[in-house]
Design a protein. Structure first.
Length: 87
């Protein structure tokens, strides 16, 4: 089970120990939402066949025809998971 899955499980089954601390539950929910945000990448019309425009507005050449082949999973600029958006 990943750390994110553990966090979700804790949120669903909020421990008795923290019943008096609803603000912690709210913080956990915010952290989960932040971790689940993705960086949407789409092909950039720059003339380079391997260049993408990242969701955080950077140009990045992946070195292959597509992201899957390049092996990139996380955006090197914002650290979020990459989601490829096809035009
Ligand atoms: Zn990014």
């Amino acid at each position: 089970m990943s750390e994110l899955e553990k966090m979700k499980e804790m949120l669903e089954d909020w421990p008795e120990t923290f019943k008096e601390r609803p603000e912690l539950k709210s913080l956990l929910a915010q952290a989960i939402a932040e971790l689940e945000k993705e960086c949407e990448w789409q092909k950039n019309d720059s003339g380079h066949i391997d260049e993408y425009l990242t969701g955080c507005f950077q140009g990045f050449r992946v070195g292959h025809l597509d992201i899957q082949r390049s092996g990139y999973v996380f955006c090197p600029y914002c650290g979020r998971k990459i989601k490829e958006v096809k035009q």
